[in-house]
Design a protein around this ligand. Structure first.
Ligand code: APR
Length: 231
């Protein structure tokens, strides 16, 4: 049987109930920092030690967090659908929840790379220190896509959305581009679902079912609706 392609765009909201802070739910600060001071290419040039320290702390947070019911339900949906996740999250909770097909649009916290060569990528589970070098002799940095940097997997993500049979959005404010623009690749006739504790601005998306609930509850609610579309 050919399973239908269920393409899911996720953001920080799906990991919120695992105890990981979202970016925009607390006064524009992320873990007490301005995004411009820690998550931009300029910040890295200006104060790499601070950026390194910030992401070392994030790595510890993620290592201590566990997947929640929303991650697990998404993984269970693989029995019935060809589930393709596009996540803006740098955590590995989709992987640990059992999902197999995941595109990390904004990088991964458990990877690091040469600051000079984005192809030189390594696994990392502890801190990255200033002075730690890649094999090309360049400083190692988190494998994260910062503001002011291109998003290398964007084209692949857009293709997934274009070819989807069903498109679902979970826990993203849809304000950060180009990721937020992925919604526009979903053909108008395509069945679409959005789950968010506080639904973001989505005007102009046709065929959209809105579930304004925390991700864990919303995912439970969406499963029977998705199964109706299985054929
Ligand atoms: N369940 C569902 N949704 C939730 C929950 C929850 N328990 N808690 C919060 N949310 C929703 C918020 O209502 C909001 O719409 O999750 C969304 C979080 O939005 P952001 O904090 O902006 O996170 P995200 O959309 O993932 O940010 C995108 O911005 O800083 C960059 O690169 C970073 O990938 C990130 C990108």
């Amino acid at each position: 049987m050919n399973k239908k392609k269920l393409v899911v765009l996720t953001g920080a909201g799906i990991s919120a109930e695992s105890g990981l802070k979202t970016f925009r739910d607390s006064d524009g600060l992320w873990e007490g920092y301005n995004v411009e001071d820690v998550a931009t290419a300029t910040a890295w040039r200006r104060n790499p030690a601070l950026v390194q320290e910030f992401y070392n702390a994030r790595r510890k947070n993620v290592a201590e967090a566990q997947p929640n019911k929303a991650h697990y339900i998404l993984a269970q949906l693989q029995d019935d659908f060809d589930v393709q996740i596009i996540t803006q999250n740098i955590d590995d909770l989709h992987e640990r929840g059992g999902s197999k097909n995941i595109l990390h649009l904004h990088g991964e916290i458990f990877k690091m790379r040469s600051e000079k060569n984005e192809m030189l990528i390594y696994a990392v589970h502890n801190d990255i220190k200033m002075g730690d070098k890649a094999e090309d002799g360049a400083q190692l940095r988190p494998h994260i896509v910062w503001f002011e940097e291109p998003v290398p997997l964007m084209e692949e993500a857009a293709k997934r959305v274009l070819n989807a049979d069903i498109f679902m959005i979970v826990g993203t404010s849809l304000v950060v581009y180009p990721a937020a623009g992925l919604v526009n690749y979903a053909p108008p006739y395509l069945p679409k679902f959005i789950i968010d504790k506080k639904i973001p601005y989505t005007s102009g998306i046709s065929n959209l079912t809105v579930i304004e609930k925390p991700a864990t509850e919303g995912m439970e609610e969406v499963v029977p609706l998705l199964k109706k579309l299985m054929d």
